[in-house]
Write a new protein. Structure first.
Length: 67
């Protein structure tokens, strides 16, 4: 899985950070920062929850590209 954040949509609600602090944080400017764009499968449920909780749909999950 790969996470993409659209910073033009992000409003810094920090719902993603609450759901998956290992993967997301909101910076001092009020924008999401993805700490791990390709997190392990063990975090899939937390990441999916974080994406669902984003009130402005600034996050999306895509397939990882093979190396």
């Amino acid at each position: 899985m790969r996470i993409e954040a659209d910073l033009t949509l992000c409003q810094g609600h920090a719902q993603c950070e609450e759901a998956a602090p290992e993967v997301f944080e909101v910076d001092d400017e009020g924008y999401v920062r993805v700490l791990d764009t390709d997190p392990p499968d063990a975090l899939r449920d937390k990441v999916a929850q974080a994406i669902r909780q984003c009130p402005v749909a600034a996050l999306k999950l895509t397939q990882s590209q093979p190396a």
